[in-house]
Design a protein around this ligand. Structure first.
Ligand code: SAH
Length: 215
C-alpha cells in the first residue's frame, strides 16, 4: 500500500476542501503517518474518512475532525497544551508538531501504554502522557495550560480543567451525551468570564470520569 499517496489524498480530499486553512495544520496532517496509529486489521482503512476502532471500545477520530479541532486551538508553537483522551496518540503527535509541549491524559492504561511507546519510537520529545481520570485535570495542582482539548464527549466543561486554563486560554471539546454532541470552543478572558462558540455537531465516545459521564 502506498501510504504516502493515501495520506496526501486524505489531506487534499477530506481536509482542505472542507475548509481547513491553517498551513501548519495542513503540513502536520501531510506528515504524521496515521497508519502507524491504527490496529493492524484496519491498516487498509488508515486514511479513510471515518473514525476507526483502536480496541477497548475506543476510537481514533475521523481525520477531518482531528484537523478541525487542531485548527480551532489556533496554535502558534509557543503553547503548552493539555489533551484529555490520548487514544491512539495520533492527535497527540499532531499537537506536538504545532505546540511547545503536550501533556496528555488517558483513562485506560493499556491504551496509554501503546500510545506512549509509539510516540517514543517516533522520537517525540515534547509529550508527556499519564494514565488517570483527565476530568480531574493534570495532577500537579499548579499546572496551567494555554490550550485544552478533550477528545471525548463531555456533559459539561469539567471544572478542574477550567481552573487549569490560563487567562486568554481556549478549550475545544465535544459537549453532549452518547447520542451526539456539539463541538464547542470556550475562551476564558482575563476576568475569568467564558465565551462559548458552537462549531458543528459531532460524535465521540464518552468522557468517563468524576466530571464526565458514569462508566
Ligand atoms: N484523540 C484520540 C481519540 C481517542 S477516543 C485519537 O484520535 O486517537 C477518546 C479517548 O478518551 C479514549 O481512549 C478514552 O479511553 C479516553 N477517555 C475517556 N474518558 C477519559 C477521562 N476521563 N480521562 C482520560 N481519558 C479518557
Amino acid at each position: 500500500m502506498d501510504f504516502a499517496q493515501l495520506r496526501k489524498r486524505m489531506v487534499d480530499e477530506q481536509i482542505i476542501p472542507r475548509g481547513i486553512k491553517d498551513r501548519k495544520v495542513i503540513e502536520a496532517f501531510y506528515k504524521v503517518e496515521r497508519h502507524l496509529f491504527v490496529p493492524q486489521e484496519f491498516l487498509s482503512a488508515s486514511y479513510a474518512d471515518c473514525p476507526l476502532s483502536i480496541g477497548c471500545g475506543q476510537t481514533i477520530s475521523q481525520p477531518y475532525m482531528a484537523a478541525l479541532m487542531t485548527e480551532l486551538l489556533e496554535l502558534t508553537g509557543k503553547e503548552t497544551v493539555l489533551e484529555i483522551g490520548t487514544g491512539s496518540g495520533y492527535q497527540t503527535a499532531i499537537l506536538a508538531r504545532l505546540a511547545k509541549e503536550v501533556y496528555s491524559i488517558e483513562r485506560i492504561e493499556q491504551i496509554k501504554n501503546n500510545a506512549e511507546k509509539l510516540l517514543n519510537q517516533l522520537g517525540y520529545k515534547n509529550i508527556k502522557i499519564i494514565s488517570a481520570d483527565g476530568t480531574l485535570g493534570w495532577p500537579d495542582k499548579d499546572a496551567r495550560f494555554d490550550r485544552i482539548i478533550i477528545t471525548a464527549a463531555s456533559p459539561e466543561i469539567p471544572n478542574p480543567l477550567l481552573k487549569q486554563l490560563k487567562a486568554g486560554g481556549k478549550i475545544v471539546l465535544p459537549l453532549g451525551d452518547s447520542l451526539g454532541q456539539m463541538l464547542t470552543v470556550a475562551e476564558i478572558d482575563a476576568q475569568g468570564s467564558i465565551k462559548r462558540q458552537n462549531i458543528c455537531g459531532c460524535v465521540f465516545v464518552p468522557l468517563v470520569g468524576k466530571y464526565g459521564w458514569d462508566n
